[in-house]
Design a protein around this ligand. Structure first.
Ligand code: GAP
Length: 513
């Protein structure tokens, strides 16, 4: 199965099993907007809990807030979003389709890496055990030719982005002979900038109404509350403020399911530090955040750092954590050193002082900020794409299983009576009642043959079967999702067993906070 086929299956699976639906589907949906179903919302809430606890609960010096989505319009002038939150867009004149010029070029660059990878694999097969990949890459004329061209384009691309040179971006697209995937032609318009913020009116009459924006990032709600939190919480630098909330961007190239949405959710933490110490903290947060991802057990090789080609208007250092999605390595999280740009500009635009008096140095200053910013929806996609698995079982049977880390699984335990009579359903119900205050548990009512398959398909880590022996000796069979191993345990032991399997503690113990 190709990665593309796998991804299509995953999208269909998400709908079939109540994870993710197209928004307002009965009206044919709305582009790049999605709704979470009964299992999707549980997964999403568990991811949010994993993030929130790792920040707020486990750090004495990080607190949370929940700021409003609507903010004073001057906020977005101060933050630079009115002037600079743009994407470079290009249209194909034949298909009339619009693309992000930078994405077209990035995809071309990724294709060159793929070409090199294929050459290397061919050679590996040809030379067998004696193959020396490093030497081959350094000497193969074909590989060298592709790599040199890629590096040249890469360097032109980075310069064009940093200089905001739209004509050069177009020229690169022409020079690389990039064609529109729909029309197959190279009939491109000029590249133009397009602001990504959604706006709306606040106020009841058109004359008195103010244009306000739907926030494109949650971070600004933290910056404008910096002093409120610092003073009321008596926070001492270094300290952080965390927030989870909706953000909105009028994405033009909205593709790949919930990877790029117009309405999405972010988990952001702004860490306020003494000026001059920001690089140290940036490196520390890069490592901590990478460990948070890797603790999920999807394989360390499926993550990598990617330094930004072009720094955002507020940053002096920035790196992404990328995950290996079915459509390649893509960003899930950004770790940005935002300097004093935001607080400094809010001082200028609001006329209010946003300074911190440092009792250790006796100085008053605008703190520097290191930000960690991750999309909840991209995390959901990361978990689902890593977890989705089609397996052939002994005896020729097949199963589709979501190997979601137990702590994040929507349902933790499903209790099942072997037959729907003889008092077994009542015992299963009692088991659910005894677990439900602490774990999302479920009383499975499906027919016997289907119920394991159904629980596998939503990723339930533990299935508990109640049979006639249960009535005699108070034991049940616990079946583990991944290994399908079964064990017999006493009903009184179930709570501790489930807790041991699904607790977030297991994940936290792998992270050096
Ligand atoms: N406050 C900084 C900031 O917003 P960003 O790199 O633009 O930085 C941070 O976004 C994260 O938000 C991304 O790494 C991604 O996970 C998520 N994100 C951004 N745009 C998104 C979109 N259109 N759909 C889904 N997630 C998005």
């Amino acid at each position: 199965m190709t990665q593309e086929e796998l991804f299509k299956k995953l999208v269909a699976h998400c709908k079939e099993y109540g994870f993710i639906f197209p928004s307002s589907e009965i009206y044919d949906g709305l582009g790049a907007v999605y709704d979470y179903g009964q299992n999707g919302v549980e997964l999403k809430n568990n991811i949010k809990r994993y993030w929130w606890d790792s920040m707020v609960k486990l750090h004495d010096n990080i607190v949370g807030i929940d700021a409003a989505i609507f903010m004073h319009p001057r906020t977005w002038e101060a933050s630079g979003h009115v002037g600079a939150f743009n994407d470079p867009l290009i249209d194909n004149k034949d298909s009339k389709k619009r693309y992000r010029a930078d994405v077209l070029i990035e995809e071309w660059l990724a294709k060159q890496d793929e070409k090199i990878g294929k050459e290397v694999e061919k050679a590996r097969k040809r030379f067998g055990e004696a193959f020396d990949e490093e030497q081959y890459r350094a000497t193969s004329p074909r590989v060298k030719e592709i790599a040199e061209r890629r590096d040249e384009i890469h360097s032109r691309f980075a310069d064009a982005l940093n200089n905001n040179d739209l004509a050069e971006l177009r020229q690169i697209i022409l020079d690389c002979e990039i064609v529109c995937p729909i029309s197959g032609t190279r009939n491109w318009t000029d590249v133009r900038q397009f602001n990504l913020m959604f706006s709306t009116q606040m106020g009841s009459t058109a004359e008195g109404a103010n244009t306000i924006y739907l926030r494109p990032e949650t971070a600004q709600g933290i910056f404008v509350n910096f002093l409120n939190v610092q003073k009321t919480g008596r926070m001492k630098i270094p300290f952080g403020i965390a927030q989870i909330g909706k953000a909105f961007r009028n994405e033009i190239v909205a593709r790949q399911f919930i990877f790029r949405m117009r309405e999405f959710e972010q988990m952001e933490m702004q860490f306020f530090v003494r000026p001059g110490t920001e690089m140290e903290w940036w490196n520390k947060w890069k490592n901590t955040r990478m460990a948070w991802h890797r603790a999920l057990g999807f394989g360390d090789d499926n993550y990598r750092f990617h330094d930004h080609e072009k720094l955002a208007h507020y940053a002096n250092a920035a790196a992404d954590i990328e995950f290996n999605f079915p459509f390649g390595f893509k960003e899930v999280e950004g770790i940005h050193s935002r300097t004093d740009f935001d607080l400094g500009n809010h001082e200028k635009f609001s006329g209010r002082k946003l300074r911190y008096f440092d009792p250790e140095t006796g100085e008053s200053y605008v703190p520097y900020v290191v930000e960690t910013s991750i999309g909840v929806d991209r995390m959901v996609l990361q978990v689902l794409s890593a977890a989705y698995c089609e397996e052939k079982l002994e005896g020729g049977e097949e199963r589709t299983v979501l190997r979601i880390p137990a702590a994040l699984a929507p349902v933790k335990a499903a209790a099942m009576p072997l037959v729907k009579k003889d008092g077994l359903p009542e015992v299963a119900q009692k088991i659910v009642d005894s677990l439900k205050y602490d774990f999302n548990s479920y009383d499975e009512k499906d027919s016997i043959g289907k119920r394991y398959r159904r629980q596998d398909a939503v990723g339930t880590p533990l299935c508990i079967t109640v049979d006639h022996t249960t009535l005699e000796d108070g034991t049940v069979t616990v079946r583990h999702r991944d290994t399908m191993a079964q064990q017999r345990v006493r009903i009184e032991e179930l709570h501790a067993l489930v807790d041991g399997e699904v607790s977030l503690r297991k994940l936290f113990s792998k992270i050096d906070l």
